[in-house]
Ligand binder design. Structure first.
Ligand SMILES: Cc1ncc(COP(=O)(O)O)c(C=O)c1O
Length: 377
């Protein structure tokens, strides 16, 4: 039996249900108080009574699987667990699959918050490189570097961001096949962050079902609908089916311990999810238009676009070694905040990362200020 499963044995016992008078009642919404009906606006929600649900209502899980049918072609609503956001999903999975002090494989460059979440779990982060293929010039995972990081650390968990932030590439089927063979021998689980799915030029069509280890796919409303404040995320259990019911039960225990996600949010999302496609379309158009504007602009100024078309960011390589104090001066004297590539773990001191979700006019003004600054520095 896998170590992670052994550790959670005691939470796998079946739960009992009880319908009688409960003298230990602690849920006020089931105690016939009048206040719920008196709070203005509360009546708009069909469910005033709180019935704690650690993984979220089936109706919404169905709706999400249906809305994202391109992404979750062979997944069932029972595979989906609702959370508040991707960070919480990561956290729940780290609880399940890792003990404090153990190692976690994360991409470099990559999304910096991942290191912080790992730190809160007392996990040691080991980075594996994402590199440009010398022949195709496409970004990909450096599989030899990944194997080395795993050997050195003994990590059993790997995180993968696809489409990658900030490099924009998606894991493609040929590399996924190689990764699968390797991961099945060395890892317990792969966690795939797909928050930028839909914003990529070349989605990777990967059949996760065939994988012999669990693959957990993370997503939510933060990026897809541009609504981070709604606090609705989810994870989809994919890959190996073997221990899926146990994994779901353990994750339910973790989410049940906090019960962070709000049933009112779930009701709102259920009601509005069809309209949220409009949010996605607007962001997608903005990002595509800005990218189309920025590429010739960058070429004209001798800036090199390093990232693939995916996600919300563009990585630019400038014809200068960017000095730390330039970023401070830009912010303090020119009211312009620019993110050095280093923030995402890019080692090249000539790189910076530009957001593509800004209104075009603002982006142009910012780029012009940056250009003038660099010319005179
Ligand atoms: C790769 C990646 N995953 C997740 C998130 C945040 O998602 P959430 O708000 O659902 O935690 C971000 C935010 O920038 C991100 O870049």
């Amino acid at each position: 039996m896998k170590d992670w499963l052994k550790r959670w044995q005691e939470v796998l016992a079946p739960e009992d249900s009880f319908d009688g008078i409960d003298l230990s009642a602690s849920n006020p919404t089931l105690c016939e108080f009048a206040y719920l009906h008196q709070i203005h606006g509360m009546q708009a929600y069909p469910t005033l009574n709180y019935t704690p649900d650690p993984i979220g209502p089936m109706a919404l899980r169905q709706k999400i699987i249906h809305t994202f049918s391109d992404l979750y072609k062979s997944n069932l609503p029972t595979d989906l667990i609702l959370t508040c956001n991707t960070s919480e999903s990561y956290s729940a999975l780290f609880h399940v699959f890792a003990k404090p002090g153990e190692a976690l494989l994360c991409p470099k460059p990559g999304y910096p918050l991942l290191d912080d979440i790992a730190k809160l779990h007392y996990l040691q982060t080991y980075h594996y490189p994402c590199v440009r293929n010398a022949t195709t010039h496409n970004w990909e995972i450096d599989l030899a570097g990944l194997a080395q990081a795993q050997r050195e650390s003994g990590a059993k968990i790997m995180t993968l961001v696809s489409p990658h932030n900030p490099l924009g590439f998606s894991l493609q089927a040929p590399q996924a096949a190689q990764l699968q063979t390797w991961a099945q021998k060395h890892l317990d689980v792969i966690i795939i962050d797909e928050v930028f799915a839909g914003y990529e030029a070349s989605p990777g069509l990967i059949n996760w079902q065939d994988w012999k280890i669990p693959v957990v796919r993370l997503n939510g409303l933060s990026k897809w609908a541009g609504l981070p404040h709604i606090k609705c995320g989810w994870m989809v259990l994919d890959g190996c089916q073997k221990n899926r019911p146990q994994l779901q039960q353990i994750l339910s225990f973790v989410t049940d311990t906090y019960l962070n996600a709000s049933p009112l949010v779930w009701q709102w999302v259920h009601h509005h999810i069809d309209d949220l496609t409009l949010c996605f379309k607007e962001i997608q158009k903005r990002v595509t238009d800005n990218r189309a504007m920025l590429i010739p602009w960058a070429n004209q100024h001798n800036w090199n676009v390093l990232s693939a078309p995916g996600g919300w960011n563009m990585v630019l390589k400038m014809p200068y070694h960017l000095k730390d104090w330039w970023f401070i001066e830009l912010e303090e004297k020119h009211d312009l905040r620019v993110m050095p590539g280093e923030f995402f773990g890019l080692e090249d001191p000539e790189t910076l990362v530009v957001s593509l979700i800004l209104p075009e006019k603002t982006l142009r003004t910012g780029l012009e200020t940056l250009h003038q600054f660099l010319r005179h520095s």
